[in-house]
Write a protein that binds this ligand. Structure first.
Ligand code: PGA
Length: 254
């Protein structure tokens, strides 16, 4: 049985005081919901503060990025060791990082290795662009992203994968549950070929891209989908709480 994950990616939103307010609004409600891993990923500068705020609760903390070197002269970067001290999860290879910051498959791979080395659980993001989707290349693209991201990695640790079609991120145009389920099934089979059935049975694969309280059930009801990576809707306490609550209810019935 895989425990569902709902991870809220605040992206470059919320000042420290806004992050405090947001977490204060959701903390008790989230803490009361079981059967789901509830992960909040605020900007780096709020991680330490949020860690204090959620102490003693069942809420987990994640970062949005990482650098792959352990320490040294890398002005402005945050190392795996620094994050391991603060949080459990780290988002790696988000499409915004791949596209705006030119993160290649090779860099994503180094980041995954660095995170796993210190026991962080990477949330590896993969997904096709609109033109790739429209020309029927989705499976080819995600297979290549999996190959490059996981090259040379034998042990996946607590790795989570998020399938996020780029055309669905922040657009309000979510994929259909059926499409996401089929693609995630493909991802699971692809991982199974390399790592075996046992690893794959435990691997949590999420859908991401314009998830809201209104469409959560469509995704969570699908057998291959183990949760969601939520951007915009994670910035509104009531939306995020509703997404987590619905996920818990659906998964408990299954
Ligand atoms: P969105 O973002 O929910 O705002 O579409 C999802 C993501 O980028 O992880």
């Amino acid at each position: 049985m895989r425990v569902a994950v709902i991870a809220g990616n605040c992206k470059m939103n919320t000042t420290v005081s806004e992050a405090i307010q947001l977490v204060n609004e959701m903390r008790q409600g989230l803490d009361e919901i079981d059967s789901v891993d509830k992960v909040i990923c605020p900007p780096f500068i709020s991680l330490a503060t949020v860690k204090e705020l959620i102490k003693g609760s069942s809420i987990k903390l994640g970062a949005q990025n990482i650098y792959f070197e352990e320490k040294g002269a890398y002005t402005g970067e945050i190392s795996p060791l620094m994050l391991a001290d603060l949080c459990e999860f780290v988002i790696i290879g988000h499409s915004e990082r791949r596209h705006y910051f030119n993160e290649s498959g090779e860099i994503v791979n180094k980041k995954i290795q660095a995170a796993l080395k210190v026991g962080l659980k990477p949330i590896l993001c993969i997904g096709e662009r609109l033109e790739e989707n429209e020309t029927g290349r989705t499976e080819e693209v995600v297979a290549e992203q999996l190959r490059s991201s996981l090259a040379g990695i034998d042990y996946l640790g607590g790795l989570v994968i998020a399938y996020e079609p780029v055309w669905a991120i922040g657009t309000g145009k979510a994929a259909t549950g059926e499409w996401a389920n089929e693609t995630i099934g493909f991802i699971r089979r692809n991982i199974s070929q390399k790592y075996g059935k046992r690893v794959t049975q435990d691997l949590r694969i999420l859908y991401g891209g314009s998830v809201t309280a209104d469409n959560t059930a469509e995704f969570i009801n699908q057998p291959e989908i183990d949760g969601a990576l939520v951007g915009g809707a994670s910035l509104k306490a009531s939306q995020f709480l509703s997404i987590v609550k619905q996920t818990s209810e659906i998964k408990q019935v299954r």
